[in-house]
Ligand binder design. Structure first.
Ligand SMILES: NC(=O)c1ccc[n+]([C@@H]2O[C@H](COP(=O)([O-])OP(=O)(O)OC[C@H]3O[C@@H](n4cnc5c(N)ncnc54)[C@H](O)[C@@H]3O)[C@@H](O)[C@H]2O)c1
Ligand SMILES: [Fe+2]
Length: 288
């Protein structure tokens, strides 16, 4: 508020509101007397319509910043809304696919992830579903990166086991694909290898809702995001987006199913990296 912000659009999906996850933040906004309007027309694998109706809601409520509370779907929808509000020539949403020549930074976004997977709070990407064309498309834009990310494992502790597993496997896929993608280099390897180690050690603990596991997964997925946002991903994500667009499969589940297949497919081109991944999982590779 010291920066002169007046009113927020809180982007958070309806289930998160229903189960009181969003309220962990909006209660604090109420206490602090910060004005906001809630926008909850956001579905998993968010659609073009989720973005366009959000733009309309933001204009009607005359907001000047966005608070995204949720998983990748809430954060990605917030990014699309924020970008269009400051770059209205892209209001059709489809024209944002790929690296769109937007001129202005998005409306400031404060991101609060409630899953430990996508790292959308720290990436330059957002993924939108084109229901009509049955496809998901990725938007890559430095203008969409949130101004502040609040990565707090307490926001993730209400995840059921299956969601913890799916989103954790999304994070592991980011780390492995980012580590083995063509653009990878020493600096990105550093992030990805560390992320693989952290996730290998902690995903099972998080699955049991162990607080240390939750905290470490919040960190591991974030570190993976700092890596892959700079070098990109690979064939697993390319196929996962198609699977999700066609069958509405949860993103992390699609990534997990395709991970062994894509690692096998890439094995001739990844040098010793599969060995280092095995070592990050604690496998003794001395005889390999
Ligand atoms: N921007 C990026 O860089 C990036 C990276 C990977 C994936 N994605 C995209 O993110 C989306 C997937 O996001 P996701 O996997 O985080 O899931 P999600 O945001 O789609 O949420 C899935 C479900 O989990 C519920 N949920 C979320 N947090 C919860 C919590 N703490 N407790 C209980 N329920 C909770 C939600 O209400 C929702 O019903 C996909 O569209 C994917 O393409 C984006
Ligand atoms: Fe992903």
């Amino acid at each position: 508020m010291n920066r002169g912000f007046k009113k927020a659009l809180v982007c958070s999906d309806a289930s998160l509101i229903k189960f009181g996850v969003t309220a962990k933040v909006t209660d604090l906004l109420d206490k602090a007397g910060i004005a906001y309007t809630i926008y909850d027309n956001i579905k998993p694998n968010p659609t073009i319509e989720n973005v366009t109706s959000g733009v309309k809601a933001a204009k009607e409520a005359k907001v000047d910043f966005i608070i995204a509370i949720g998983g990748g779907s809430s954060m990605d929808t917030a990014k699309g809304i924020g970008i269009i509000l400051t770059n209205p020539e892209f209001e059709d949403v489809r024209s944002l696919e790929g690296v769109a020549p937007t001129k202005n930074p998005a409306l400031p976004i404060f991101a609060i992830p409630t899953t430990a997977g996508t790292a959308a709070e720290v990436t330059i990407n957002y993924v939108i579903t084109d229901v009509e064309k049955e496809r998901k498309f990725v938007c890559v834009d430095v203008h969409d990166i949130p101004v502040v990310a609040f990565v707090d494992p307490d926001m993730m502790s209400s995840m059921p086991k299956s969601l913890t597993a799916f989103t954790g496997m999304d994070a592991l896929t980011h780390a492995i694909e980012g580590y083995t993608t063509r653009g990878a280099w020493e600096l990105s390897d550093m992030f990805h290898l560390k992320a693989i180690q952290v996730i290998a050690k902690n995903l099972r603990l998080a699955y049991e809702n162990d607080p240390v596991g939750r905290e470490e997964m919040a960190l591991g997925q974030y570190i993976a995001g700092m890596g892959f946002s700079n070098v990109g991903l690979g064939i697993d994500h390319a196929m996962a987006h198609t699977l999700s667009a066609h069958y509405d499969v949860p993103h992390g589940k699609a990534c997990a199913m395709l991970l062994p297949i894509s690692m096998e497919f890439n094995k001739e081109t990844t040098g010793d990296k599969l060995k280092y991944i095995a070592e990050a999982f604690g496998v003794d590779t001395t005889n390999n």
